[in-house]
Ligand binder design. Structure first.
Ligand SMILES: O=C(O)c1ccccc1N[C@@H]1O[C@H](COP(=O)(O)O)[C@@H](O)[C@H]1O
Length: 241
């Protein structure tokens, strides 16, 4: 059985690595240099980095140059999220050399464009399904964007390669992942799912690992690492077993 991939997160707001609670603007705790944070995760053995431009996601500017610097400094695989909504932002994201990008708002607001870029770029495109209950949220998670399962069926029919599923109610809270949601999404699609939101302990990671046979491919870990609930080395060991 393949092991669960772990994707430590570096979310960038106003040039700083931050963590939010429920993705709410203004709830930031700052953790300093995004480059230092990313290099630290790489040194600790990460194979992936989940890198987010929160300003671009919220529409409060962008950190495009810094994001490119961080992505360019990595020897590991990088997935980029936040504000990738049109040809120019997609081209800038792909030009960083990242392995893939996650589209959020665009999948809700400009489905024709998303279908086009899925057809053009294949598995370089993933879609972030950020949900409250089963309602998708876009524009920095501030606006409703339709039903999770209807959107998933549409994206599947368009050949979307992968989904990053975030339970907004859990994100940044250290309350544990929404395993039921992950199971339900895996049951609704044959495509791999990356779990996001709520990881608080090594036990949570082991619980997500048990969903690998159902289709969970990876887990994004943010707050728990920054809050030192466990180290990345411990996490990698926990999912290798
Ligand atoms: O990761 C977060 O904490 C986050 C919080 C609020 C909004 C977006 C967030 N991250 C990721 O950004 C993309 C969505 O950006 P966009 O809608 O495409 O501009 C998505 O992958 C979110 O999970």
């Amino acid at each position: 059985m393949p092991k669960l991939e772990l994707l430590p997160a570096v979310d960038v707001r106003d040039g700083q690595a931050v963590r939010l609670v429920h993705g709410e603007s203004g709830s930031e705790t700052s953790y300093g240099s995004p480059l230092e944070a990313a290099l630290a995760w790489q040194r600790s053995g990460a194979e992936w980095l989940h890198l987010v431009d929160l300003d671009a996601a919220f529409g409060t500017g962008d950190n495009r140059a810094l994001i490119a610097e961080v992505a360019g400094a990595m020897d590991i695989k990088v997935e980029l999220s936040g504000g990738i909504r049109d040809d120019a932002s997609l081209a800038a994201a792909l030009a960083t050399g990242c392995r893939r990008v996650n589209l959020g708002t665009a999948a809700l607001e400009t489905p024709e464009w998303v279908a086009k870029v899925i057809a053009e770029h294949g598995d370089k495109i993933a879609v972030g399904l950020d949900v409250r209950g089963t309602t998708l949220r876009g524009r920095g998670w501030t606006r409703d964007g339709g039903d999770l399962y209807e959107t998933l069926a549409r994206l599947d029919s368009e050949g979307c390669a992968r989904y990053v599923v975030t339970d907004i109610a859990k994100d940044g809270t250290l309350q544990g992942p929404n395993l039921a949601l992950l199971r339900d999404v895996c049951a609704a699609t044959d495509k791999p799912v990356v779990a996001s939101g709520g990881v608080s302990s090594l036990a949570d990671l082991r619980a997500i690992s048990l969903l690998v046979p159902e289709g969970v491919e990876g887990a994004i870990v943010g707050k728990a690492l920054y809050a030192e609930a466990f180290t990345l080395e411990e996490a990698l060991k926990a999912v290798a077993a």
